[in-house]
Write a protein that binds this ligand. Structure first.
Ligand code: SF4
Ligand code: SF4
Length: 186
């Protein structure tokens, strides 16, 4: 009460948060760049503020046929059967409680220390999957692509994925499955 008041010079001076501070979410990747999210929606069901919207879709290593008999090219975005085709978090609703990351079975969803989430319009506070996905690190490849297994599947899940190869060196079937789905990722 009798101590001198300290005025923090934010935003000119920014202090680091506590290491476990709950900030903006992140959708994580496997070491080959595939997404950890399997589109299960458990995070959305766990959210008390109804701030998460997820739509899952099937991964496919082969072109498939739609109801009209047309060949639909698809691809692999995650190692599982499904991936999160649409993923949104509404930061107008989110209370940063962290229940969603506790519910996630694959550790696809975690929270960063980023806290600057203010904006001057409502639309930009609904973050899309592209806003939330972790950046591609060296050695990662932009999905869709086949799982880059190391020695075997267990090695993959230990984080020992194989090194990405040039797309032109892949078998033709896997290239066909990959190309058109890049639109779906946008
Ligand atoms: S942090 Fe809490 S409020 Fe925000 S999306 Fe997750 S569960 Fe919902
Ligand atoms: S982030 Fe986790 S809980 Fe949410 S849909 Fe993806 S895998 Fe499921």
């Amino acid at each position: 009460m009798f101590r001198k008041v300290v005025t923090e010079q934010y935003p000119k001076e920014k202090f680091p948060t506590a290491p476990r501070f709950h900030g903006r979410h992140q959708l994580n990747r496997w070491p080959d760049g595939l997404e950890k999210c399997i589109g299960c929606e458990l995070c959305a069901w766990a959210c008390p503020a109804d701030a998460i919207y997820v739509e899952g879709a099937e991964n496919s290593d082969q072109p498939t046929v739609d109801a009209d008999g047309n060949t639909v090219q698809s691809g692999r975005f995650s190692p599982g059967e499904r991936y999160g085709r649409v993923y949104q978090i509404n930061y107008l609703r989110c209370i940063l409680c962290g229940l969603c990351i506790e519910a996630c079975p694959t550790r696809a969803l975690t929270m960063t220390n980023e806290y600057e989430l203010a904006d001057d319009n409502r639309r930009d506070l609904i973050f899309e999957k592209s806003d939330l996905l972790a950046p591609l690190l060296p050695g990662m490849e932009q999905p869709p692509h086949p799982m880059l297994l190391g020695d075997d599947e267990q090695a993959y899940y230990r984080g020992e994925a194989a090194t990405p190869v040039d797309a032109s060196e892949r078998p033709a079937a896997s290239r066909a499955a990959q190309a058109p789905s890049e639109e779906a990722a946008q």
